[in-house]
Write a protein that binds this ligand. Structure first.
Ligand code: NAI
Length: 334
């Protein structure tokens, strides 16, 4: 099998360190597909990336064909089949939202343009760096020759967190859980939705009612515990670990690409993909939806019903995405 070229930006950072070794081991592309790694960093991050490359060599991974390190986006994305855009500008103290969006547009705009020029024809892109949805929008807008549905932003970590919380609350295995959805923005406004979820084939709300003592208790648990716990899990990890989630984020990014390429099987997962107006989400936004893939990329699962509670929560998160888009438009960034 031909080698797949995978470019990881921010490869010298903590998610990069948790991601590179698993890609090289075959955990993302499967046991038969050799991989060429490209590590794209800014000058200050090159040493850390070089250190990771030395360790990658020391692992003697049978599938790893090469590791190249660069701080030039065109070199980094040249012939790339998969781009994992992890490196981003974090929010500094006192930074307004507009400043954060502009700083990241300065990264994701040029990276999108470089992808447009030099990536392979089958390029697929996942944006991990925050604000991930709007960064994906900016990268895609800067890559007019790449179909917009090749870009996505990562909400798989939120999805996996929701699956794990539901399994924990019902004292079942994560493998019993299906039909969980993250809607909207990868932010505190996201809507983790269990209305279509099942646990061991039974509606999740029914199984939760047995575990929690009735339907009213389920709605209280969903609104007061489950949704905020999932939506604010990133802050909880920072408070406990002292730094932001890295291994779980890397695992989610890897699962996002793996399922896009190898397929989602019977169930669905969540990813922030290009809206064409599905579920009333404004066309052109990158919003999280329930998605499946047959290996050719993510498609939105259509036809799910949304009750008033779900509608209001989705609308609130989409309003935030719309405001972010309008802010980058007003700054002339897209
Ligand atoms: P980190 O600070 O450890 O590493 C970021 C790396 O990106 C640094 O090595 C930095 O030099 C590099 N970088 C910065 N600008 C770059 C550019 N223009 N090109 C290439 N590299 C660049 O951060 P960490 O923990 O690895 O997180 C990375 C991003 O992922 C953050 O934006 C974080 O908020 C986001 N994140 C997203 C999650 C999601 O679920 N979507 C979950 C967790 C984190």
């Amino acid at each position: 099998m031909d080698a797949t070229t995978v470019t990881v930006t921010g490869a010298g950072g903590q998610i990069g360190y948790a991601l590179l070794f698993r890609i090289a081991s075959g955990a993302m592309l499967g046991p038969d597909r050799p991989v060429r790694l490209r590590l794209l960093e800014i000058p200050q991050g090159l040493k850390a990336a070089e250190g990771a490359a030395l360790e990658l060599q020391d692992c003697a991974f049978p599938l790893l064909r090469s590791v190249e390190i660069t701080d030039d986006a065109r070199t980094g994305f040249d012939g790339a089949n998969i781009a994992m855009l992890v490196g981003a500008r974090p929010r500094a103290a006192g930074m307004e939202r507009g400043d954060l969006l502009a700083a990241n547009a300065g990264i994701f705009g040029p990276q999108g343009a470089a992808l447009n020029e030099v990536a392979a024809a089958d390029i697929r892109v996942v944006v991990v760096g925050n604000p991930a949805n709007t960064n994906a929008l900016i990268a895609a807008a800067s890559a007019p020759d790449i179909p917009g549905d090749r870009f996505a932003a990562l909400t798989r970590l939120d999805h996996d967190r929701a699956v794990a919380q539901l399994a924990d609350a019902t004292r079942r295995s994560v493998t019993d859980v299906a039909g969980v959805t993250i809607w909207g923005n990868h932010s505190a406004t996201q809507f983790p939705d269990l209305d279509h979820a099942t646990v061991a084939g039974r509606p999740a709300r029914e199984v939760l009612a047995d575990a929690l003592g009735g339907a009213d208790a389920v709605t209280r648990w969903l609104d007061d515990e489950f949704v905020p716990r999932v939506a604010k899990r990133g802050a909880e990890i920072i408070a406990v670990r002292g730094s932001s989630s890295a291994a779980s984020a890397a695992n989610a990014a890897l699962s996002h690409i793996r399922d896009s390429l190898l397929g989602t099987g019977d169930g669905w997962t969540s990813a922030a993909v290009l809206s064409r107006g599905e579920y009333g989400v404004a066309e052109g936004l990158y919003s999280s939806f329930p998605v499946t893939s047959d290996g050719s990329g993510y498609r939105i699962v259509e036809g799910l019903s949304l009750d008033d509670r779900a509608r209001a929560r989705l609308d609130a998160s989409v309003a935030e995405l719309t405001a972010e888009r309008d802010a980058v438009r007003a700054l002339g960034l897209i």
